[in-house]
Design a protein around this ligand. Structure first.
Ligand code: ADP
Ligand code: ILO
Length: 371
C-alpha cells in the first residue's frame, strides 16, 4: 500500500501529515523554551522564522522537529540542545542543524564537505607526557551508526536486540590485543555496573539529556559493553549511538592509544556497514558527533591553570579544545582531574583531529609548567 504523504514535507514516512495536536504541543513547548535563559545552541539558532519553516516537517522515519529539540527544551542547561531523531533529520531539519554544526565545529559551513577518511601516519604520534607528571590517562573514541537502522528515538525493541546481536557476532571475531568479551547490561549486577562506571569504562545510566531525547527506551535492552582483558579496548553498544569504539590506557601515550583505536575501528568496519554521508561524514545521534566522530581526551592534573577556570577555558578555546569534568560532560572535576579533548570532529581528517588535540595538550602542559 502506498504510504501517505506528510503535510508540507512531502516525505513518504507513512505517518501522514503533522496533526493539530502535534503542532499545538510543539508550539507550546517552543513558547515555554523561549522564556528560559538557556545558553544552548538550539536557543541561539531556533528563531521564530526557522521554527515556522520547520514545524510542519516530518522525516522518512516520521520524526518531527519536537523529536529533535525536546531534550534541549526540557533541559535549558543543555550546551547544544538538539539530537537528530534519525539520520534523515540532518537533511529535513537542515535549517536548524546547519548553523549549530557550523558553530560547534568551528566554521563548517553548509556548503562545506567533510574530507575523506585519513588516519595519518600512525608512528608519528608521540607521548603527551613522557615523564608522567600531568596526564593520568588517555582515551580516543568515536561513534558509529549501523546502516539500515534509525537512531534511538525511532528504534523498536526488536531493533535494539538486532543491533546488539549483530555487534556480538562482529566483536566475537576480534583477535589479538582486541580480543575480549561482551557483557550485556541486561543481567549485569548493579555492583559490576557501578564499578565499571566509576573506573570510566562504562557509560552512565539515567542521563537526563538522553532520556528527554527518547534515547533510553526499553533500557537496558540491547545495551552493553565489550572489552578486552586489560580494558584498553572497549565498545559500547546502543547507548547514545549504536556503537562507540574506545581505546584507552593510563598515562599519556597517545600514539599507542590511537594505533589500537585505528586497528579496532578498521576491524569492526570490515564486518559491519556504517552510516556515512557525503557532506557530514559519519552520522550519529548528536550533531557534535559527526565527521570523524572522534573525541581524543586526556584526564589531566593541571592545578595551576585550573585555579583560574576562565583562563583555562580561554586557553582551551584558543587550541580548539574542550574542558569537561572527570566523569564526562556536565560533571565536576574530582581530585583536580580534568577531561580535555579536541572539540571539533567535523571538517578535518582523523589525523588532523588527533594532531589538534596533541598540539593543544602539549601547549597546556607547557603553560602549566611555566605558571
Ligand atoms: P564520551 O567521551 O563517550 O562522549 P563522556 O564525556 O560522558 O562521553 O565520557 C565517558 C566516560 O569516559 C567518562 O567516564 C569519562 O570519565 C571517561 N573518559 C573520558 N576521557 C577519559 C580519559 N582520558 N581517561 C579515562 N577516562 C576518560
Ligand atoms: N545534549 C547535551 C549533550 C551534547 C553533547 N554531548 C554528547 C555526549 N553528545 C547538551 O546539549 O548539553
Amino acid at each position: 500500500m502506498a504510504k501517505a504523504k506528510c503535510y508540507k514535507c512531502e516525505e513518504k514516512c507513512g505517518k501522514g501529515k503533522i496533526s493539530l495536536e502535534e503542532l499545538q504541543k510543539l508550539e507550546m513547548a517552543y513558547k515555554a523554551f523561549l522564556r528560559t535563559d538557556s545558553k544552548s545552541l538550539v536557543k541561539k539558532y531556533l528563531t521564530r522564522d526557522v521554527f515556522d519553516r520547520l514545524k510542519y516537517k516530518r522525516t522518512t522515519f516520521g520524526s518531527t522537529l519536537l523529536d529533535c529539540v525536546q531534550s534541549g527544551f526540557e533541559n535549558p542547561d543543555s550546551n547544544i540542545g538538539i539530537y537528530a531523531a534519525d539520520p534523515s533529520a540532518y537533511v529535513v531539519f537542515a535549517d536548524i542543524f546547519n548553523p549549530i554544526i557550523q558553530d560547534y565545529h568551528i566554521g563548517f559551513k553548509k556548503s562545506d564537505h567533510h574530507p575523506a577518511t585519513d588516519w595519518g601516519s600512525l608512528d608519528k604520534i608521540g607521548n603527551l607526557d613522557p615523564k608522567g607528571q600531568y596526564v593520568v590517562s588517555t582515551r580516543v573514541r568515536c561513534g558509529r551508526s549501523i546502516e539500515g537502522y534509525p537512531f534511538n528515538p525511532s528504534l523498536t525493541e526488536s531493533q535494539y536486540w538486532d543491533i546488539e546481536n549483530k555487534m556480538i557476532s562482529v566483536l566475537n571475531g576480534l583477535e589479538g590485543e582486541l580480543k575480549g568479551t561482551y557483557y550485556p547490561l541486561n543481567g549485569m549486577t548493579k555492583e559490576t555496573q557501578e564499578k565499571l562506571i566509576e573506573d570510566h569504562f562504562l557509560f552512565k545510566e539515567g542521563d537526563r539529556f538522553l532520556q528527554a531525547a527518547n534515547a533510553c527506551r526499553y533500557w537496558p535492552v540491547g545495551r552493553g559493553i565489550y572489552h578486552n582483558q586489560t580494558k584498553t579496548f572497549l565498545v559500547w553498544v546502543n547507548e547514545e549511538d549504536h556503537i562507540r569504539i574506545i581505546s584507552l590506557q593510563p598515562g599519556g601515550d597517545l600514539g599507542a592509544v590511537y594505533k589500537r583505536f585505528v586497528s579496532g575501528v578498521a576491524d569492526i568496519e570490515k564486518k559491519v556497514k556504517v552510516i556515512k554521508s557525503d557532506r557530514l561524514g559519519y552520522l550519529n545521534f548528536c550533531p557534535t558527533n559527526l565527521g570523524t566522530a572522534i573525541r581524543a581526551s586526556v584526564h589531566i592534573k593541571i592545578p595551576k591553570l585550573a585555579s583560574n577556570m576562565t583562563r583555562l577555558n580561554e586557553i582551551a578555546d584558543r587550541y580548539h579544545l574542550q574542558v569537561r569534568g572527570t566523569a564526562g560532560e556536565h560533571t565536576e572535576a574530582k581530585g583536580g582531574v580534568y577531561d580535555i579533548s579536541n572539540k571539533r570532529r567535523l571538517g578535518l581528517t582523523e589525523a588532523e583531529a588527533i594532531q589538534e588535540m596533541y598540539n593543544g595538550i602539549v601547549e597546556i602542559i607547557k603553560l602549566e609548567k611555566s605558571s
